[in-house]
Write a protein of this length. Structure first.
Length: 255
């Protein structure tokens, strides 16, 4: 099992602490893998922080969906020929709420991305310790793969699958359904967001165009909510898998 104090090295036989924490040895060997310079580090704190911030993204998106619906109703009435001060006040109010929602989405997303990438890098390093030879992409792609155009459409999924397999219990491989479903929804939300932005930009001048753009935004934000919910499940599941595997100790000897 892993040391109960430092969470970096294997516990000494018959003890809960590693040789270094017991004071027996200043330079013990890293637990599990043989990759120089890498050792297990607990992903639990970062995992929970990433999950909480993903929840904040969901909350901001839910607020945005509400604002989108108000905009859809208000511009629909204008497109149908409704006039009067009340109709225009409704449209102005919807515009204001959309601006607030966009700000909340931006703040929550930036905070979430920073913490999520810190968590992702940590579980990638842990996976390298569990299985040094089970990764098709170098560690640098754990961050770069999200930002390099074109390859960011599949590299993060590939890296996540490798982490998932390396973090599965010894001798088993858990289903990839959660990873694949999350990634499909993530891509769908990206493309829907671009379509919504295109249909709701400066080109949307008439009430009917804004009305159609609001419908696209409802779809985009709804897909983002679904992707974020699955991302929460993924973060919590993978974090638990790594914690349980670390606590289980080294791989059982082949019989």
């Amino acid at each position: 099992m892993i040391c109960a104090r430092c969470h970096h090295f294997a516990a000494a036989p018959g003890a809960t602490l590693c040789h270094r924490c017991l004071g027996d040895s200043p330079e013990p060997a890293p637990a599990f893998g043989s990759t120089p310079g890498l050792w297990l580090r607990s992903p639990v704190g970062l995992g929970w922080a990433a999950a909480v911030l993903l929840g904040a993204v969901v909350a901001a998106d839910l607020f945005a969906v509400w604002a989108d619906v108000l905009q859809y109703d208000a511009t629909g009435a204008l497109a149908d020929g409704e006039t009067g001060a009340a109709a225009f006040r409704r449209a102005d109010r919807a515009d204001e709420l959309l601006g607030v929602a966009a700000g909340a989405q931006a703040v929550s997303l930036v905070a979430c991305v920073i913490v999520y990438l810190c968590w992702f890098q940590r579980v990638r390093a842990n996976a390298q310790v569990f299985d040094p030879l089970g990764h098709r992409k170098s560690p640098g792609w754990a961050i770069g793969g999200w930002f390099v155009p074109v390859v960011n459409l599949w590299y993060p999924r590939r890296i996540t699958l490798d982490i998932w397999d390396a973090s599965s219990p010894w001798g088993t491989t858990r289903s990839h359904t959660l990873v694949n479903t999350w990634w499909a929804l993530w891509l769908a939300s990206l493309f829907a967001d671009r379509a919504g932005a295109t249909g709701y930009g400066d080109e949307a001048e008439s009430a009917a165009q804004v009305h159609d753009g609001a419908l696209r935004l409802i779809l985009s934000d709804s897909l983002d909510i679904a992707a974020a919910v699955l991302a929460i499940l993924l973060v919590l599941r993978l974090t638990r898998m790594q914690h349980e595997k670390a606590m289980a100790g080294t791989a059982p000897a082949a019989s």
